[in-house]
Structure formats: C-alpha cells, structure tokens
Design a protein around this ligand. Sequence first.
Ligand code: RP5
Length: 164
Amino acid sequence: MPETNAPLVAVIMGSKSDWETMRHADEMLTQFGIPHESKVMSAHRTPALTTEYTAEAEARGIEVIIAAAGGAAHLAGVVAAHTILPVLGVPMESQALKGMDSLLSTVQMPAGIPVGTLAIGKPGAINAALLAIAILANTRPDLRKKLHAFRAEQARNVKQETLP
Ligand code: RP5
C-alpha cells in the first residue's frame, strides 16, 4: 500500500541540465499542493534505473508521470512502454535543433503506446503539470475547485491588462 503523502506525480528528466526548464512543472505542482517527486534518469545513460523506477511507479501510488528529455528524446516513450499510467512528455529545447528533435522523438509514438506530448520547453513544463493536475482532479473535487479558481484568476489577470 502506498504511504499517505506518497507522490502522486513523478517528474523525471534525462539530465540535470533539464531542471532549469522542468522546475516550472515542479513549482506548479507545489502551488497546487500535489505530492510529487522530481528525479533525473535517462533512457540512454541509466536504462536499468529508468525501467525499474517506471515499473514500480504504479504500486507506489504514482498516478501520472511527466517525462522530459532533449535531443533523441526517448525517455517518455521508454517510460510509457513500462507502465499503463498516463505519461506526459515534455520536449526540451536542444542547442542544435531548438527542440524540434526532442519534439518529434517524443510525439511520434507508434500506435499502441501513447505519450501525451506538450510544447517544447517552459510552456510544455507548465502545461504538463496542469494536465497532470487535471487528470488527478477527475476524482478529487477539491482539486477541481482549485483548478477552476486558477483559470478564473488567469482570466481576471488578462482582463486587467493595460497597454501603453
Ligand atoms: C537528454 O540530453 C537530456 O534530457 C538533455 O535534454 C540532453 C542533454 O543532456 P546533457 O548533455 O546536458 O546532460 O538526455
């Protein structure tokens, strides 16, 4: 049985260099009070750790996995291959191709093993967290309320914008 306060969302990333982007997902989950954990693991550099961690995630009580990687970004796909939990992929902006490589590697999953892919970089990190929260909110009325409040505040802020 998962412990109380065990993480509901796992945020994993292929390198510590992804943290500057993925901390935005971590922060959004914190803002909504979602128990979560953020870790570095790589489909290429630590393949055994990645498969072991993913295979155990469901039994640990994790309900959504956010997986971020850049370049030949296999992390989300490999993770999705080892779990039936929803996997949200965030393509990291790469130096050489500005994240187009990461985007295509993450989004173009062959039929049968889905990865829900978000935008490249920071917007994708933030939206991955919000989508994970929306998934959790389906069965958590308090969280639904928070999500409605978040949207309402966002709309209020836009309506209050003034231009020079
Ligand atoms: C990927 O390679 C990581 O997800 C990162 O986006 C990219 C570059 O990694 P480092 O060389 O910065 O460790 O595996």
